[in-house]
Design a protein around this ligand. Sequence first.
Ligand SMILES: [Zn+2]
Length: 363
Amino acid sequence: MYNMISEIDLRELSKISSKDRAFLTVYVEDIKDLKTINQRLENLGHVIANDYEKEIYNENIKLLHELLKKEINLKGCYVFFICWLLNFTEFYELEIPISDQVIIDSSPFIKPIAEIKDEYEDFAVVVADNDRARVFLISALKEQDQKVIKGKIKNHVKVGGWSQQRYERRRDKQLHHYVQDIIDYLHQLEHEHDYSRIVMVGAKEVLTHLEKELPLRLKNKLITDEVIDLKQQNIDEEIYKLFTELERQEEENLWNQIKSKYVAGGLAVVGLEEVLKNLKVGRVEAVLVDRNYQPQGIRCRNCGNLIPEEVDKCPLCNSEDVFSVDLVNEITEWAYKTSALIEYADNIEELKKLGSIAALLRF
Ligand SMILES: [Zn+2]
């Protein structure tokens, strides 16, 4: 069985690792076209120097081919995590295509997925007027199942006297039920996929009621200060645009927080070495890293240590039995493992000048 990207538990994946490069991660942009992937798998096989790792690698490839043979009906983009040594195979469909990549490492290579997850957080959307509400979830830019909830709230009328009051009372009650139905579905959605935000657009009366009756936990996820015109031809496109803007804003906010603390000598660090050092001991609250920053480091097979520079020898135990690793992937893993937030910044010049990576500390 495979899963959607929204179901990938990066925290669980980040905890899995082995001392050797026993993990094969394969990103396949189009599963119907494996030419590039097969070529890379073959090429990599020729350059693995360590015999033990080579044996594991060949077994991993066997597992991958068996899986592909079994799942011939797949279409689109996928990621495969395979480790024969740990008897581990998982694969996921990716709604946002990632270009072909084959990575061997001591753990699953999760960086590309973490970046997508950061850029496209799951969110629930409510488009409501008095007549009906459309509630749906957007996960990595793909709309999931939606539900239409009928409201049929009639307009206010001027009748006057007792019947007017009765009419309004009935109307209020209808509105209350309608809004409760919407909230029930938001709860159900939250249970199924833990979305991080709610956007509501539509008729003011319904939205005001909805906001008032929303339980606090859901209210905290609500984006309220953004206006989307319901008459817009393409609401979905408007919502996507809004989310990209919000993501940029979040990066900026995090940077400003880090900066002000750093300047005041408070709980913030900048630069690769400091960030890594603090991550390893669980002191990091949030990491901000430039999306284009690609530092390399090494991992020592002998003592298992990660060294944030490209050297031939382990500075801790002097062993030459080392292999190079993608440090931002390592940092991503550490962040997930220690429940730290990680944001990939798009274009923050100051951050680039201060080493392209910075963090807010917990203590
Ligand atoms: Zn070492």
